[in-house]
Write a protein that binds this ligand. Structure first.
Ligand code: HEM
Ligand code: CU
Length: 625
């Protein structure tokens, strides 16, 4: 793939534009970086999934080398990559693309930091992928439970890469959260009160708060793991330390994490559904309250991952009830989406199909979630394929469908041309059918007793047909991704350009008032916002123009710089040095990182002045009209 990229870049003379992306600090370019890197990791982790599914297709199968330890490597890489290097960066990419436009600002509050976040995420992802080549990937599952993950039981270096790779990318994620928090609180267009924000922006705000509180727990857990593995402490060991510390810290992070993955998708569905049902969101304020409530309850339920550990009936009962209570705000959201659809004039295009496909898929995932929260039943389901079925229903049926809905929806805003709708529909249907075919049988396998994280089973277990079906479904999903890639290529070649400011024609929020793709400063003149769905209102009552809040004047934009990329590189070298215990790598990494930060602190005010021009597509008027 690397060689292919080099050939492509040379042939199309794209090295220059690659370099412009490598030193960009601009939110939409950073967004494109996140989307491309996340998608590349998606292909990698998807390939892992297919290998896993081939190995499991038949009983006592011996596909290539993927049994035992190699299977554990595949399974761990798949899960870890999907969560940290696919789902999160793709969502963060969409936030970068859409949120500044939705709130009418020129960029994030800290553009340099934003670029740095991306490079730290990529450095962490690269680190985990290096492990595959040098001595084997991590093997202890994406949850990396200690003491299993300690030297005593997994002496190979794989799990060192896990602790360092997630640490580096986790710092990037934390910085992103702070950045979005400050941006959304501080940089909204005049008149855009909190209760006038689009739902995706709301979801990003709540998600950022969740990251801010959840990721430090992961930071601490990974630090302990690193100390135990590399410096000979035994904090997480079963005898000298306490083996429950990891589980608590991991799930205090890990449960909110699944809401970090689903809330932004909820935001996307709200925006897409209101747009293509051509109605305002039913129960906007209850949607916001539900979002905040889900975020809050997300922190109160981590013990439901530890029902079988033996913490006692009282704690189990409390956490079972708090878990089930999350179904209430989630149900409110589902019903509000349905009421929004009711009586709407619905356009069935690709982003809308992904949103409609989400509703029943996610409801099934929700129901199995409540089943898992029932303590006595969980003793049966725990660590079985039922769990694997459940979380794929919520993550794929929720987050991944949301990501595709968002990608199709904002694509024309980002690039100025539409993705092909016919190919999009093929992509959707093959994906959705493949998805149910893959993951529904897993619930039954689980109920029949197939444990999670095993590489084979016996013919007499009665699991062959189910596993085989699941493998067929997985390949259908793999095929649907090829349709998506083909769609991107075809649309890039053939889709008409110049789609105008509001290519869907039904846009409601203010990102649809400016040209597609937007100029680097987004809004030549920041608009004034008087209501929810401000752009829709403008089309209806204000001759299709938002009122300008300022005159056309020159603006200061952040300059491009390669420093964030270099800091990422030095962090990569330094943490690699920690893993292979080579002191001069560590020193180079440390000095390089600190040196660049010091350098940057002297140059912070280097901004360039841009003179904006109004564009014929821009629908922001005012006194100068
Ligand atoms: C083509 C689609 C996919 C297929 C066929 C697939 C298949 C699988 C299978 C068979 C396992 C179980 C491994 C085992 O227990 O031995 C697994 C685990 C897992 N998958 Fe997927 N998966 C897919 C997509 C995704 C996506 C999109 C995500 C998240 C964004 C994801 C997250 C996970 C996680 C977190 C695990 C748990 C790994 C662990 O137990 O440590 N998967 N997947
Ligand atoms: Cu949980």
């Amino acid at each position: 793939m690397g060689i292919g990229a080099v050939v492509f870049l040379t042939y199309y003379k794209k090295w220059g534009s690659l370099w412009s992306y490598m030193k960009t600090t601009h939110h939409s370019k950073v967004g494109i970086l996140y989307l491309s890197a996340g998608f590349a990791f998606f292909l990698r982790a998807g390939l892992d999934a297919l290998i896993i599914r081939v190995q499991l297709a038949l009983p006592q199968n011996e596909f290539w080398v993927f049994q035992g330890d190699k299977y554990n490597q595949m399974m761990t890489t798949h899960g870890t990559t999907m969560i940290f290097f696919v789902a999160m960066p793709l969502l963060i990419g969409l936030m970068n693309v859409a949120v500044p436009l939705q709130i009418g600002t020129r960029d994030l509050a800290f553009p340099f930091l934003n670029a740095l976040s991306f490079w730290l995420f990529l450095a962490g992802g690269a680190l985990i992928n290096i492990s595959f080549v040098l001595g084997g990937s991590p093997t202890a599952g994406w949850t990396s439970y200690a003491p299993l993950a300690l030297d005593e039981f997994t002496p190979a270096t794989g799990n060192d890469y896990y602790s360092l790779g997630l640490q580096v990318s986790g710092i990037g994620t934390l910085l992103t959260a702070i950045n979005f928090l400050v941006t959304i609180i501080n940089k909204r267009a005049p008149g855009m009160k909190l209760m006038r924000m689009p739902m995706f922006t709301w979801a990003t705000l709540v998600t950022s708060i969740l990251i801010l509180f959840a990721f430090p727990a992961l930071t601490v857990a990974l630090l302990l793991l690193m100390f135990d593995r590399l410096y000979g402490t035994s904090l997480l060991a079963a005898d000298a330390g306490n083996s429950l510390i990891w589980q608590h810290l991991f799930w205090i992070f890990g449960h909110p994490e699944v809401y970090i993955l689903i809330l932004p998708a909820f935001g996307i569905f709200s925006d897409v559904i209101t747009t293509f049902a051509k109605k305002r969101l039913f129960g906007y304020s209850s949607m916001v309250i539900a979002l905040v409530l889900i975020g809050f309850l997300g922190f109160m339920v981590w013990i439901h991952h530890m029902f079988t550990v033996g913490l006692g009936p009282t704690s189990n009962a409390i956490f079972a009830i708090s878990t089930m209570s999350i179904a209430v705000p989630t149900g409110i959201k589902i019903f509000n989406w349905l009421f929004t659809l009711r009586g709407g004039v619905i356009t069935f295009n690709t982003p809308m199909l992904f949103s409609l496909g989400f509703i029943p898929s996610f409801v099934i995932g929700g129901i199995t979630g409540v089943m898992l929260a029932t303590v006595p039943a969980d003793y049966q389901y725990h660590d079985s394929y039922f769990v694997v079925g459940h979380f794929h229903y919520v993550i794929v049926g929720g987050t991944v469908l949301g990501i595709f809905a968002g990608v199709y929806y904002w694509w024309p805003k980002l690039f100025g041309f539409m993705l092909n709708d016919v190919l999009g529909k093929w992509h959707f249907w093959t994906f959705l059918i493949g998805f149910h075919l893959t993951f529904f049988p897993m619930h039954i396998m689980g109920l029949k007793g197939m444990p999670r994280r095993v590489f084979t089973y016996l013919p007499e277990d009665g699991l062959t047909g189910l596993n085989f079906t699941s493998t067929i479904g997985a390949f259908l999903m793999g095929g649907s991704m090829m349709i998506f890639l083909w769609n991107v290529y075809q649309s890039y070649r053939h889709s008409p350009r110049g789609v105008g400011n509001d290519p869907w024609e039904d846009g409601r929020t203010i990102e649809w008032a400016i040209p597609s793709p937007p100029p680097e400063y987004n809004f030549a003149r920041t608009p004034k916002v008087y209501s929810n769905d401000a752009w829709w209102q403008a089309k209806k009552y204000q001759n299709g123009r938002l009122e300008a809040a300022e005159k056309l004047t020159s603006i200061r934009m952040p300059r491009d710089t390669a420093k964030p990329m270099l800091i990422g590189l030095f962090m990569l070298i330094g943490s690699f040095g920690v893993i292979v215990e080579v002191w001069y790598f560590q020193l180079i990494g440390l000095l390089g990182t600190i040196g660049l930060m010091v350098l940057h602190s002297f140059q912070d005010s280097s901004r360039k002045i841009v003179t904006p021009k109004t564009h014929p597509d821009e629908k922001i008027g005012g006194e100068e009209q």
